[in-house]
Ligand binder design. Structure first.
Ligand code: ADP
Ligand code: GN1
Ligand code: MG
Length: 352
């Protein structure tokens, strides 16, 4: 680790470097130096990202664009350069590393401690969307091609089912059937995107509550983090993924499914923060938001199950059935959204 850290322009000498956070993709460490300066060091996932130099060009451009819009240094992430002026480096084993300033005096929550926290996360992601409105989308590389192309996710899911590489298929047939029953409907957003009914914007695409920072004192929105999947996309993806994670009444890996529901109150709270902060959404986009919640939840359930069937090579797991537990909460949430569908669509109408 010291050999990696030596490559970056650090303030002080590193005293400690410890695993940090609850991300499922990269390896994240908190670095503290003898000048009390703190950094976030990350080893990027080569299983997730095929073109890491391209990803880092995206992140550099987006963070510079956002920094240029505000004098508050905590309103965006800041990359620390290497001694030779790059924004990342590679170690002897071919792994890619980057370093950020630690966002100080902030909170990163796994679950909202009050509706207001969730509202503030909606403001953060809505403002993020709004601030990137004039960002040149065509300069961004697609860091994970077809990331939210749900029919393409189904294609990969079918391959995993057919291969049954980890020999787990027989034990997950109810989950497989649940997903197959919804295959046709789940393609709705992608079809609208292809028909040009929904505008393609620069979106975050991974809008979990733990990808946003709140001010530790005021608990107001500070900034959005985890910019690895910033790419052209639909607003419904960003709305939907936040609802999937933050409006659930239980953790993403809760084993007791009776505790897992989508809270309509939290759904409406998010809507209230997100839509006005985005500003300028079309009527079709606003109407697509409930669909975003349902499809993002279904898609995540399918992605967790795909990884489980393939032998857990994509997401970090803490125990062998972890991806299956995560899949089950997502499918339970989809069922619950189906029950609450009328309220989900009705409550959006006031923003039209
Ligand atoms: P992953 O892609 O694996 O989710 P993230 O970039 O989201 O990685 O980082 C994982 C966690 O590390 C975040 O959820 C957050 O808690 C913490 N984190 C990341 N960047 C920073 C930062 N600049 N300052 C403070 N905490 C951070
Ligand atoms: C991953 O990186 P993280 O933990 O913020 C994943 C998201 C999933 C999420 C499920 C690049 O997010 O797409 O929705 O796990 N990120 C990537 O919790 O695949
Ligand atoms: Mg993250």
């Amino acid at each position: 680790m010291n050999r990696v850290l030596e490559r970056f322009c650090l303030n002080g000498r590193p005293l400690s470097c410890t695993p940090y956070g609850e991300g499922h993709i990269n390896l994240t460490f908190l670095v503290v130096t003898d000048t009390k300066k703190r950094y976030i060091l990350q080893r990027l996932s080569r299983a997730a990202f095929a073109d890491i130099p391209g990803l880092m060009r995206n992140v550099t451009a987006v963070t510079e664009f956002l920094s240029g819009q505000s004098t508050d240094e905590r309103s965006s992430l800041h990359l620390i350069p290497t001694l030779d002026g790059a924004t990342w480096c590679r170690d002897g084993e071919g792994e890619y590393w980057r370093l950020y300033d630690f966002v100080e005096d902030s909170l990163c929550l796994q679950t909202p401690e009050s509706p207001e926290d969730f509202y503030q996360s909606a403001v953060a992601f809505g403002q993020f969307q709004c601030r990137l409105r004039d960002f040149p989308a065509e300069t961004l590389c697609e860091t994970i091609p077809n990331f939210h192309n749900t029919p393409d996710r189904y294609r990969k899911f079918h391959l995993a089912v057919d291969a049954d590489a980890a020999g787990r298929l027989a034990s997950v047939m109810p989950e497989v059937r649940f997903l197959l029953d919804r295959e046709e409907d789940a393609g709705a957003l992608q079809r609208m995107r292809e028909r040009g009914e929904l505008p393609v914007r620069v979106t975050h695409n991974d809008t979990k509550l733990n990808n946003v920072m709140l001010d530790a004192v005021t608990r107001k929105a500070l900034c959005v983090i985890d910019l690895d999947t910033v790419m052209p996309g639909l607003v419904a993806y960003d709305f939907g993924d936040s609802v999937r994670f933050g409006a659930s009444t239980a953790a993403e890996d809760e084993k007791d499914l009776s505790r897992v529901e989508m809270s309509l109150d939290l759904y409406e709270t998010y809507t209230r923060g997100f839509i006005p902060a985005c500003g300028g959404l079309t009527a079709a986009e606003i109407e697509s938001l409930p669909l975003g919640a349902k499809i993002m939840t279904l898609e995540n359930g399918m992605r967790f199950l795909t990884d489980y069937l393939e032998g857990d090579h994509y997401y970090h797991i803490a125990y062998p059935e972890h991806n299956l537990d995560r899949c089950r909460t997502q499918l339970k949430l989809v069922s619950d959204m189906e029950k609450k569908w009328d309220r989900m669509t009705e409550s959006i109408r006031r923003y039209l």
